[in-house]
Design a binder for this molecule. Sequence first.
Ligand code: C2O
Ligand code: CU
Length: 453
Amino acid sequence: MKRREFLAFTALAATWSRAQARDGRVLRAAPGRQHLVGAAHPDSAVWAYNGSVPGPVLRYRQGDRLRIAVENALPADTTVHFHGIRLPNAMDGVPNLTQAPIARNGGKFLYEFDLPDAGTYWYHPHLGSPEQVGRGLYGALAVEERDPPAVDRDLLWVLSDWRLDREAKSIEDFGRAMDASHAGRIGNTVTLNGTVQESFAVRAGERIRLRLVNASNARIYGLKFEGHAPWIIALDGHPVDPHQPPENRVVLGPAQRTDLILDCAGAKGSTHRVIDEFYGPRAYRLLDLRYSGEPAFARATPPVPRLAPNPVAHPDLAKAERHRVVFGGGMMGAMPSQREHRGMFWTVNGKPVHAEGHRDDPILDCRRGRSYLLELLNDTSWHHPIHLHGHVFRVLAVDGKPNPRVEWRDTVLLDPNSRAEIAFVADNPGDWMFHCHILEHQATGMMAVVRVG
Ligand code: C2O
Ligand code: CU
């Protein structure tokens, strides 16, 4: 496509997607089949939104109202949680806490709320999540800035992983105690936008905004773009001072998002690997960036765009109320005393919470409008991506080291036996989940409720 045609096409696609948004749309969750490993291999059984994994990319403009009717054609009850969106509590998609489950075989629910913040978000079920997300129910939600930065392409990479056998058939071993009590259910096959990809075509000189979403149940990614030095411009949807990550490695825990500016400065016809080396010796090639022979674009030159901040209230650190939250349990860590309590391996402040109930006495009863500073202590030998619903928080320090940037997140990745300090303004009333996003940990106790009165 010629450059001018390409731009016209992009503009048309954007207008079309905004028209869809206005009129509302339907997400239908149902069993389906998909070629996860490519057409040369057999397809696999999945659960999907609108017939594909990931589900449709929902694109809106900041300030738009999202209106989506969810239809449940699964053989299981479900809900949809729009992860990271600061929405009214009744739209949060948490079964039994904010809504009744959407009944299997035909139940419906209408989600409708405003989108106050630009950025990269995602959606997924919040009921039976280890299995439902593990089978493929998730999709990306991109909220465009009112004045988006100039890039040649704005792309989404939804990363996920699967347990497949040699025939690409999915191994349906959800909920194993062995996974739940250790690192969670990590798969043996990683897909990008729902399939294993050999290569990804780029053009010399182009500037790409790459929105990364980690939709895995448990896998953490540490991506290296060989021969490239991507800039991070947003984390969990929220703008951050553009910076290059330490060792050029982009780390994403489950549920986290990172927006990158990828300047394609390679030579025409060249090939560069993107590798995932989070688990050290088990590093693998995710795909190749393959430069086409087409004439070069010119956008890939500094400076890197800075995004306008979202309207998030800054916590008053001097007046903030301080609390400590301890995440415990797991094999090799301190055992929860309730271990006899069948299948519960993890605790928040010494107590496990049953996932399907979701209801519990809040661990924190917040006064609306007040600032809170939480010390999160990971008292286990495992990683935990800790997510708070309905709010975003500042990550002030990790392991006693002050964060050099103003970093807003909805999910913070705690390293084994580490701690982090986060702060937020409790400005969204309701009962909100506060849990580990390794879904097997969440389902076996690492979950709590934060109440904003
Ligand atoms: Cu991504 Cu409690 O959710
Ligand atoms: Cu965890």
